[in-house]
Design a protein around this ligand. Sequence first.
Ligand SMILES: [Zn+2]
Length: 306
Amino acid sequence: MPVHSEQKQYNVCPICSSAIKTWRVKRVGSDTYNLDLCGTCGYSFVNPRPSLQFLMDYYSSFGHGHVGAGNEAPDLKTVLAKEQNDPNSTVDAKRLIKTIKSLVKNHKSNRFLDVGCGYGFFSKEALNAGFDVVALELAKNERAIAKEITGLNPAATSFEEFECAPESLGVVFMSQILEHALDVNLWIKKSRDFLVNDGIIAIALPNYGSIFRMIMQENEPYICPPAHLNFFNPQSLSRLLENHGFKIEAVQWISRIPKRTFEKRLPRLVKPLLPVIDVASSASLKIVDALHLGMMINVYGRKLNA
Ligand SMILES: [Zn+2]
């Protein structure tokens, strides 16, 4: 990564101010990223941070795709077929929105902000649950598909640029987005300012404390700078939320291995056994989640009265 003068370098952990040290140096193409680790809260992060210009160049050439996604832009039909064949976002959306709904007790605002709505599966579920949804999405193709799926018109706005009245939102929702943020403190502070008292923030992202990351270390697919800049475990993410006046209401661990991972690697003769293997693997993934070593975490916080 070319070092620019506007790059920010942290000398202590930006979450808990404790000492940090280099965890790994990761090479991606011709660029090298230094990944630091806080010995106290367990937050790992790209340090120094890339410059905003570097990130904008990166996203304009590669798109704001998710991990594992190719560079092609799928159409609505492809997105829906993929989801139907291997339900992923729709399953996550049901769990997340159901949990949020159970936590909402303040009826002063029914507004639900979906930051980085992607294809809109989460916004759709929130609409079904009766929320008044505002969606943001920077990627053009995702925005177009989200519009077809939800009927909403997602704003092409980053969360940094987004403005709304203070204490006007009931829910701030961030699925697979905070790991991309340049300044995580700014994002959570801003969320707090926008939320009503007792309002809910719900965050879903890859778990740095997962057994998969422990085994694969920096080769785990979610350790992917510069797309991902922040690697949270439940402790560091909870600490970040608590620092900004949130109380942690719930944490969930979710692991899922895409079907195609099995399908591709299995010889043809084994294919009839696929349903059996699928059940076995989902059973072992359930154990991993129960041990709090799951691949993804969902963390729910409530804004405490000032
Ligand atoms: Zn820390």
